[in-house]
Design a protein around this ligand. Structure first.
Ligand SMILES: *Cc1c(COP(=O)(O)O)cnc(C)c1O
Length: 396
């Protein structure tokens, strides 16, 4: 029965390889950190993790996880509406609300699930979702699952957003959906202007803080902090899998009636297990760490400024960034692949992005800075870029 399908898959997979789009995974044999060891390439400096605050191997979080493993066991073995959750899950939801200045929070097993389950329970075909063209795949999928009418505006383009809001003016409820930070360029959503337009056209806002939480704003509250919009955004989704410790888990936080309705109707919440208590316990510890002390956020900001300034001084073309994502523009796809491969030989672990992940002719290497990087790590990365840049004729 399988033969025809097998041949079809083998052909498709070969095509992916021929197109140069086949994804190979490296195997890391140490905890996630600034300096890691991989199978094959040995010791490398990691500049492509979302480990922005360097918490993925933090001893206090590891201890908190171990303690909670002893106190509340390994797993929940049920969904919440049937069997409930632990006091630890509720405590974490409260911590998230306090951190973002929101009314209530609902946990998911990932932000992919949070986004997958946020639109469909809230909006119907009488309503409109106005979505940024560069939104994350999980927002796009979430919108697809919802019957609301769909409007798309060009990335962070406020003229186009206004045009789409006008086009959607007869819809009952309007929700603007955006990433807080766009992960390919590192730019933030112009939330101040989005907020003004939302007021003018009677729309609500949903923003996904996955790449901005812990990163953007003085204390890492995201773009709402940057633009003084704390408590004013209806829906914020985010992940515990990036700056917030890097383990697993997602959340939606915002207006309390919205969260209440999601608990009743959001399918990834109703029909999927809760995060393990040890992850919730470590996440509580994480919020205590970064709420009481701004050292890691300050370090991340200083590291990012340092890295971007050095790369610019060296002559690289860097996309303007307001996050810890730094896009080194090379434009040519094969060049970006060669560049990334040579950096890897220098012990610098980064990822090249090219079409279809970014537009044609916009190939780049994305560098992600972490609070865990030392000045020595950053210098080593810049020096490797300069060396390869000269070798490949990117730098004169
Ligand atoms: C990483 C990411 C997600 C997915 O988060 P997970 O918790 O890993 O599922 C969702 N949205 C955005 C914008 C992201 O960058």
């Amino acid at each position: 029965m399988y033969t025809n399908f097998q041949q079809y898959l083998q052909k498709e997979i070969q095509q992916i390889k021929d197109d140069g789009l086949y994804k190979n995974e490296r195997i890391i044999i140490t905890p996630q950190s600034a300096a890691i060891k991989t199978q094959g390439e040995g010791d490398v400096l990691n500049f492509c993790a979302n480990n922005y605050l360097g918490l993925a191997d933090n001893p206090e979080l590891i201890q908190a996880a171990k303690d909670m493993l002893d106190k509340r066991g390994y797993g929940m073995a049920s969904v919440r509406f049937i069997c409930g959750c632990t006091d630890i899950h509720k405590e974490l939801e409260k911590k998230i609300s306090d951190f973002f200045g929101t009314e209530d929070t609902i946990l998911y097993s990932s932000c992919f699930d949070a986004n997958g389950g946020v639109f469909e329970p809230l909006l119907t075909d009488q309503d409109a979702i106005i979505s940024d063209a560069l939104n994350h795949a999980s927002i796009i999928d979430g919108v697809r699952l919802c019957k609301a009418q769909r409007f798309r505006y060009k990335n962070a383009d406020m003229e186009d957003l206004e045009a789409q809001l006008i086009a959607a003016k007869d819809c009952r409820f309007k929700l603007i959906a955006t990433d807080d930070v766009f992960s390919m360029d590192g730019n933030v959503a112009p939330l101040d202007k989005i907020y003004e337009l939302a007021q003018k056209y009677n729309a609500m806002i949903m923003t996904d803080v996955s790449h901005s939480a812990g990163v953007v704003g003085k204390t890492g509250r995201g773009t709402t902090e940057l633009h003084n919009l704390r408590g004013k955004i209806e829906i914020i989704t985010g992940t515990l899998g990036k700056a917030f410790g890097g383990a697993v888990g997602g959340f939606t936080t915002g207006k309390k009636e919205i969260i209440e309705m999601l608990r009743q109707r959001s399918r990834p919440y109703l029909f999927s297990n809760s995060i393990p208590p040890m992850v919730a316990g470590a996440a509580i510890k994480m919020f205590d760490l970064i709420s009481n002390d701004n050292t890691l956020q300050d370090k991340l900001h200083a590291n990012t400024d340092y890295f971007v300034a050095k790369m610019k001084a060296a002559g690289f073309d860097i996309k303007p960034t307001q996050s810890a994502i730094c896009a080194v523009m090379l434009y040519d796809a094969p060049l970006s692949q060669r560049f990334a491969a040579k950096l890897s030989e220098e012990g610098i672990y980064v990822t090249g992005f090219y079409y279809p992940v970014v537009p044609k002719g916009q190939a780049r290497i994305r560098v992600q800075v972490s609070a865990a990087h030392t000045t020595e790590h950053l210098d080593k990365c810049v020096n490797a870029f300069v060396k390869i840049g000269k070798e490949l004729g990117v730098l004169k």
